[in-house]
Design a binder for this molecule. Structure first.
Ligand code: URP
Ligand code: ZN
Ligand code: ZN
Length: 485
């Protein structure tokens, strides 16, 4: 039998990384990229990219799969359907959230999440951890232990009754993530303003989905973003502000970055492609677009595009939080008459994230192809300690690769998607790019409209710590010298 040097060769690839564009064949062996050259010997299998764009598989650094809820709703996607959908949209690594329950430990959350994911995932995955109960044990013992074991990013909420932490608790956690060189991700909305306004809206009978948006105005996000940045500056530690929706929060982040602070930021498709008007349709339908922070207006959409282009945002994630529209477990868990506070928050988007950004970003000339790769793959992989194994095309990297078809227009229809949600907010929208082939560690998991992967191919990937934070500000240096950090 003929022996091949490569398990797979992708020929005639027009490769883009976060920095380069070049034409090459890609040689793959044992799930890794082992050769990049103008002309490689034959592989056991071959795919002709025929000059199409060949990019690193997407890293979706913010999605929710099989996450427990507290209101009787059930997330529509588990690790199988969620990662199947990811693969079909060109994403080969996902980082969902292991949620700590109040009264329980982080350790338990991580154990439960491994049970939910083991043998179920079709693409690779790591975990962020949501810290919901900041006890002394959690903060001082569990955080360092988990960081050591490859769980190096923690989401902290400034809002939601059952998840929110106060500033003092956030400081406690930031001081540990700082010391251990881990990353804190902050959901920045001012919870008291939201509660105050919500009470008044409901008292007036203003209960339909559009009032979700009114109850969480931009200023609420701006204030919390400013405060999160200030807490990070106070302790001289990096933080990442997740799912930034509005112009005002974007300005806060940009200003902090221009002062040299290590503030990272993420945005999502809903803030580019939806507005508050999408929550305002007659009846209950607007519930499909309820998420927090809510989509804003066209001015904010432009600010988010600018922020992607000028580097304010390093990360473009889906924040896929899947709830079905019909049935009693999803958006209608409290019935169609339930007020907006009783609608589960979140929008599906794992599969549509990359095609939407490729079409409206790259093909429409708003960002270049290198920026697309940076914000959808390379930067999230770097920030969360997965690079260079994930997020790029280079020798030694995992063979997570997408060949893109930009030759035909396609209309997004939920019936063509592979998640278990019964709608997409992007129904009927036309896109000019869609993956033709997705490979995850050398295995073809999607090809020409068909999911070809399998549950259990996806593996857990441990995150390395980003480099330890060094004191940067004068206050940081002083506090470090006094040994109080
Ligand atoms: O509405 C949203 N974003 N739901 C998911 C949970 C979160 O805060 O990320
Ligand atoms: Zn959030
Ligand atoms: Zn989220």
């Amino acid at each position: 039998m003929e022996q091949h040097q490569f398990d797979m060769v992708i020929r005639n690839a027009n490769i883009a990384t976060a920095t380069d564009i070049f034409q090459a064949d890609i040689g793959i062996r044992c799930g890794k990229i082992v050769a990049l050259a103008q002309s490689l010997l034959a592989g056991a299998q071959e795919i002709d990219a025929a000059g199409r764009w060949v990019l690193p598989g997407g890293v979706d650094a913010h999605c929710h799969l099989a996450q427990p809820t507290s209101d009787g709703s059930v997330m529509a996607d588990d690790f199988f359907t969620g990662t199947r959908s990811a693969a079909c949209g060109g994403t080969t690594t996902v980082i969902p959230f292991a949620l700590q329950q109040k009264g329980s430990t982080l350790e338990q959350a991580v154990r439960d999440y491994h049970v939910a994911s083991d043998g179920r995932a079709c693409v690779d995955y790591a975990f962020h951890i949501i810290v919901a109960d900041a006890t002394v044990h959690t903060v001082e013992t569990e955080l360092p232990d988990l960081i050591e074991r490859g769980y190096t990013s923690f989401k902290l909420y400034m809002t939601y009754e059952d998840l929110k932490l106060n500033d003092r608790q956030i400081l406690d956690i930031l001081s540990i993530t700082r010391r251990e060189g881990a990353m804190s991700m902050i959901h920045a909305e001012n919870t008291d303003c939201i509660a105050w306004l919500t009470e008044r809206l409901l008292a007036k009978g203003l209960t339909t989905p559009i009032y979700h948006s009114l109850s969480r105005p931009s200023v609420v996000e701006r204030e919390a973003t400013h405060r999160a940045i200030s807490l990070a500056e106070f302790l001289d530690t990096p933080v990442l502000i997740v799912h930034v929706s509005g112009r005002e929060a974007t300005e806060q982040i940009r200003q902090a970055q221009s002062r040299g602070l290590r503030i990272y930021a993420e945005t999502c498709p809903q803030y580019l492609f939806l507005t508050a008007d999408d929550l305002g349709s007659d009846g209950f339908e607007g519930a499909k677009c309820i998420c927090s922070p809510p989509p804003r207006d066209e001015g904010s959409q432009q600010a988010i595009w600018d922020g992607l282009d000028n580097g304010t945002f390093q990360v473009f994630s889906s924040d896929h939080a899947p709830f079905r529209y019909e049935g009693a477990e999803g958006k209608k868990v409290a019935g169609e008459d339930g007020d907006f506070t009783r609608v589960p928050n979140g929008i599906p988007g794992l599969e549509t994230r990359l095609p939407l950004l490729f079409s409206e970003g790259v093909l429409a000339g708003r960002i270049d192809i290198n920026k697309f790769v940076a914000v959808t793959a390379t930067e999230p992989a770097k920030i969360y300690g997965l690079y260079p194994r994930k997020g790029t095309i280079s020798i030694g990297a995992d063979a997570d690769i997408v060949i893109w078809d930009t030759t035909q227009k396609r209309t997004i229809r939920n019936e063509d998607l592979h998640h278990h949600v019964d709608y997409t907010p992007y129904e009927g929208r036309e896109v000019g790019a869609w993956p033709a082939v997705t490979l995850c560690r050398g295995e073809v998991v999607y090809r020409d409209g068909e999911f070809t992967g399998r549950a259990g191919h996806g593996a857990f990937v441990r995150c390395e710590r980003p480099k330890p934070a060094r004191p940067k500000s004068r206050l940081g240096r002083t506090l470090a010298w006094l040994d109080v950090l």
